[in-house]
Design a protein around this ligand. Structure first.
Ligand SMILES: [Zn+2]
Length: 401
């Protein structure tokens, strides 16, 4: 059991420690890999290691002074920055960091939509690039290293990215800047060219399952199911273990069936319900989550996060149909209650069509993530999926767009 709750990818952490040992940390690092692959946890754990007072002062169950502070996000030389509403104050930031500590795999509502902001020139909020630049200008108080972790750097808006550029070009001495990103798309080429890239792959199922079990206290067969279903994406796997996901998975299963059966009216109602942020009339609503349902920006974030999650779950149904079609008897259903519909869809739709459907759903999730209108995106998606709902053989006009 490590002294702090950050969950790192051991092989990447070892690589980062080697970079330190060789004196190769002068350039900013870009930790790049798929969603839920452990980039942020690895960055924070590396930050802890950089400033740890060493094996004599720091042991299991008795962390050193530095690690104790890191473990509560209170180390004066280590700063985290990520997407957050521009209006966030110190109290909001504290709540966000507490959530991170309570469950490192949880996906914050704000992470779905907010940007990394530049901040006001006079009085930048605590989670802004300007505040981070000020932090980096001051020499380290305690540790040997000053460390900045910027999560979801692809969400740096243009002004923020430009403001940060100079610091990335010439980071102060004894400073480590780590950016994390799911991809390099949408990032300024000038930023990319300054960073040395460190790549992440999805978690191995068994490793992720073990971490999920430790974090959630769920039995191993559940966490293994979630890790497998999420294909090594820790955030999605964590979501799948939440009570809300059972309701969402049931909803996704119904939608999948409605679309297969050409029940346009039902699908249209679902699009509207997602837009309004209410649960499907056709499934039992989950118990209200703590912190959910707050008004304003966060409410919108919740709605988007839910719609994106539903897309992910719907996509898994199509993926199931694809595997069912391709693997035949070897297919292992992900959603036992959806077996009959999956088989029907697998029989109806050729492989290319299913791949097209999955691409469509993935694109819709991306559109919602980019702040497009939820109701509109969903209505267009469901209509598109239904447009080739009925398999019409031999005319070949159903290739996905
Ligand atoms: Zn320590």
């Amino acid at each position: 059991m490590p002294p702090v709750p950050f969950i790192a990818r051991p092989e990447v952490l070892a690589k980062l420690l080697r970079l330190r040992d060789r004196g190769r940390l002068a350039q900013p690092l870009l930790l790049v890999g798929p969603e839920g692959s452990g980039k942020e946890g690895t960055a924070l754990e590396f930050a802890r290691r950089l400033n740890c007072l060493g094996p004599e002062a720091c042991r299991e169950g008795a962390p050193c002074e530095s690690c104790t502070k890191v473990a509560s996000f209170q180390h004066p030389d280590i700063r985290w920055l990520g997407p957050a509403p521009a209006t966030f104050n110190e109290t909001d930031v504290r709540a966000l960091l507490e959530q991170k500590l309570a469950n490192p795999f949880a996906r914050g509502a704000e992470s779905a939509t907010a940007q990394v902001n530049i901040g006001d020139p006079e009085n930048p909020g605590p989670l802004t690039v300007r505040a981070l630049i000020r932090f980096l200008r001051v020499r380290a108080f305690q540790g040997p290293w000053k460390v900045a972790v910027v999560s979801d750097a692809h969400r740096l808006n243009t002004a923020a990215a430009n403001a940060f550029l100079k610091t990335l070009e010439e980071p102060p001495a004894e400073t480590v800047i780590m950016l994390t990103s799911t991809g390099t798309e949408g990032m300024l080429p000038t930023i990319l060219s300054r960073c040395q890239k460190v790549r992440f792959e999805p978690w191995a199922e068994a490793d992720l399952s073990a971490h999920l079990a430790a974090v959630s206290g769920e039995p191993a067969e559940r966490t293994l199911w979630a890790a497998r279903l999420a294909q090594g994406n820790a955030r999605l796997a964590n979501d799948l273990l939440q009570p809300e996901s059972q309701a969402l998975a049931a909803w996704a299963g119904l939608l999948f069936g409605w679309i297969a059966d050409g029940r346009r009216g039902q699908a249209a109602i679902a699009a509207d319900e997602l837009h309004r942020g209410v649960y499907s009339h056709a499934v039992e609503a989950p118990p209200t989550r703590r912190g959910a349902g707050a008004a304003g920006e966060q409410g919108a974030g919740e709605r988007r996060a839910r719609a994106i999650r539903l897309c992910e779950l719907l996509n898994l149904h199509y993926s199931d149909a694809l595997v069912c079609r391709e693997a035949g008897d070897l297919w292992q259903p992900r959603f036992p209650e959806a077996v009959a519909v999956v088989k029907r869809v697998a029989a109806q739709r050729p492989t290319e069509m299913l791949l097209g459907d999955m691409a469509r759903i993935g694109a819709a999730g991306g559109d919602i993530d980019r702040n497009l209108n939820i109701g509109l995106v969903m209505a267009v998606l469901f209509e598109g999926l239904q447009a080739h709902g009925r398999y019409e053989p031999a005319n070949g006009s159903h290739a996905a767009g």
